[in-house]
Design a protein around this ligand. Structure first.
Ligand SMILES: [Zn+2]
Length: 217
């Protein structure tokens, strides 16, 4: 009988195994606290930072991601600390598969230089009178990752990539540069195998080449 290699076993367990097992093994925190930023479309920057703290029982619907059950609370985030990457936080429910993919990528020598996960920011949804966005991004729930932002910028006016695209965050995306992502890069293919969508392939007028999440946005 042929014994499957370790990497095959890891991939199979990521795809078919119960992804949210960690959730059942922990008790709910007593409190929910987080520091929230708000993206202003006029200033094109996040100007405010607000500290929020309340009993965990008082979570409002918008503070929880319906698909994953992950919340904006810092108490629901866990540290992913794998050398030589700078440590980053993700939702406890996604941490096992994020750790598995990151370990595999680093072991195989891929150009994974930097990862940012949890960051609470209202950067989506309708704009209020002051120009502030009103809905939480996926990063706010710890369910999105930004990978190698210096080589994989976020572009607007970019239904298909071309000279009309306007860089609004991160560094210029140039194919062939070390760390720049494309659909054949192992960083993209392995995160997609683990159920993530890549922001370089999302529909709409933005291309977010650094961005990975379960919904793509
Ligand atoms: Zn992102």
């Amino acid at each position: 009988m042929k014994i499957p290699s370790l990497s095959v076993l890891i991939v199979v367990s990521i795809i078919s195994g119960p992804v949210l097992t960690e959730a059942e093994e922990r008790s709910l925190p007593a409190e929910c606290s987080y520091e929230m930023q708000v993206w202003n479309v006029n200033l094109r920057s996040s100007a405010q930072a607000k500290k929020v703290r309340h009993p965990y029982d008082d979570l409002t619907p918008v503070e929880t991601d319906r698909d994953t059950g992950c919340t904006v609370c810092s108490e629901d985030q866990v540290l992913v600390d794998i050398s030589p990457l700078q440590p980053f936080f993700v939702c406890h429910r996604l941490a096992p598969r994020v750790r598995a993919v990151v370990r595999d990528l680093l072991r195989s020598g891929s150009s994974l230089h930097s990862v940012v996960g949890y960051r609470v920011i209202r950067s989506r949804g309708p704009v209020d009178e002051q120009g502030n966005r009103t809905e939480f991004s996926n990063h706010s729930y710890g369910t999105a990752l930004d990978i190698n932002p210096e080589q994989n910028g976020l572009y607007d006016d970019c239904v298909t990539f071309g000279p009309q695209c306007r860089l609004i965050r991160g560094g210029e995306w140039k194919l062939g540069v070390t760390g720049a992502l494309d659909k054949n890069n192992p960083i993209v293919t392995m995160f997609k195998q683990a159920g993530f969508k890549w922001g370089g392939e999302i529909a709409g007028k933005q291309k977010d080449f650094m961005h990975f999440s379960l919904t793509g946005y």
